[in-house]
Write a protein that binds this ligand. Structure first.
Ligand SMILES: *Cc1c(COP(=O)(O)O)cnc(C)c1O
Length: 371
């Protein structure tokens, strides 16, 4: 079976560095926050073009703590996309605020800036764009709307570390960027982890307090916080991987180009759209399958020994956990359509050209058979 991502192959390629990093932490006797986490915070902030990085327990917590830190809470509305991982919207609810969804651009799968203004009310406090699959959202338009309406922007950059919009890495456009180090993310640890990156000193301080019970200094509490610290083992593992990230990204981009070539003329398949002035890091290589053939293609690929995944099979406005928001089928037609048409193919730096051709041939064979 060709997996969708192969973390065992990745470990095999950097085993010595990882093992050394783990030993370094075990020998240090320092396991929560501390010098490894501080070093990672500097390195990742730098990578994102930000002054500060605050390591937290997960990407979800990065979102929750960033939303809390800017003072969003009950009575506030936050605009985001319904075509994303659940945590983008559930983090808003965790803070007591209300997610307000805006449909996606069918080409990029990212929030459609042209539809944002219609969703703004007196209660709107923020916009959370998501750089889905590793391709930046339209930040110029989003920031312009935010400025005009005095709204905060928090970027969900969990899938897009290092992706650039007009030459600048994501995470630095809004007041904060939220990253995830979940193992399958482009820069993943061997457990949960996340980070808030920002250029705002005050926000950095507040997130830093919130992640450790709202304390500063220890045992003096100013705000009600959480226990959401990054641990030194994860930080050391991620630091060991960091020097490889740029090369891995280039490798994924080269594979995406090859997929594009192999699939561009295949019946009923739409290859990923590349937004102008963006670098897409291809955290996922996601195609559209029209004509109702997505699910049959998925089973066909499984029979041929090719794993695939659907991110995401149901948009958030139709999920029962958000039923109180009172959305219904038809509210966000592009998100609904995408949830029936998208499929992500195996994408990881160690994927061989031979495997890629096997996968794209399988896709082409199936689509020919249904023509
Ligand atoms: C993975 C992900 C998150 C959450 O990150 P965790 O580290 O798993 O908590 C949030 N938003 C998006 C878009 C993600 O892909």
């Amino acid at each position: 079976m060709i997996p969708i991502i192969d973390l065992k192959a990745q470990y095999a390629s950097i085993e010595r560095e990882i093992d050394e990093a783990i030993k370094r932490v075990l020998r240090s006797g320092h396991f929560i926050l501390g010098p490894e986490v501080e070093a990672l915070e500097k390195e990742v902030a730098n990578l994102c073009g930000c002054k500060y990085g605050i390591g937290v327990a997960s990407g979800t917590d990065a979102l929750i703590l960033a939303i809390k830190a800017v003072g969003i809470g009950p009575g506030d509305e936050v605009i985001t996309t319904p075509f994303t991982f659940v945590a983008t919207a559930s983090s808003i609810v965790h803070c007591g605020a209300k997610p307000v969804f805006v449909d996606i651009d069918p080409l990029t799968f990212n929030i459609n800036p042209d539809l944002i203004e219609k969703a703004i009310t007196k209660k709107t406090k923020a916009i959370i764009p998501v750089h889905l699959y590793g391709q930046p959202a339209e930040m110029d338009k989003i920031m312009e709307i935010a400025r005009a309406h005095n709204l905060i922007v928090i970027e969900d950059a969990a899938q897009a570390i290092g992706a650039k919009y007009k030459g600048r890495p994501v995470g630095q456009f809004g007041i904060a960027g939220c990253l995830s180090f979940f193992p399958t993310k482009s820069l993943g640890g061997y457990g949960d982890g996340g980070m808030v990156v920002t250029n705002d000193a005050e926000l950095a301080e507040r997130v830093g307090m919130l992640r450790i019970h709202g304390s500063k200094p220890r045992y003096y509490y100013h705000i009600i916080g959480a226990n959401s610290r990054l641990d030194a083992l994860q930080a050391a593992i991620i630091r060991a991987k960091l020097p490889y990230l740029a090369g891995w990204t280039v490798q994924r981009q080269m594979l995406a180009n090859q997929y594009d070539k192999a699939l561009s003329n295949v019946h009923l398949i739409k290859i990923p759209f590349r937004a102008p002035s963006c670098s897409h890091i291809f955290h996922q290589y996601t195609i559209r399958v029209t004509g109702g053939k997505r699910d049959p293609l998925k089973s066909f690929l499984a029979d041929r020994g090719v794993a695939s995944a659907v991110y995401y099979p149901m948009p958030l406005h139709l999920q029962s956990c958000f039923r109180e928001l009172d959305y219904k089928q038809g509210d966000f037609p592009e998100s609904e359509k995408a949830s029936h048409e998208v499929i992500s193919l195996p994408m990881f730096p160690e994927l061989s050209e031979k495997e890629l051709y096997l996968i794209s041939n399988a896709v082409a064979d199936f689509m020919r058979s249904v023509q």
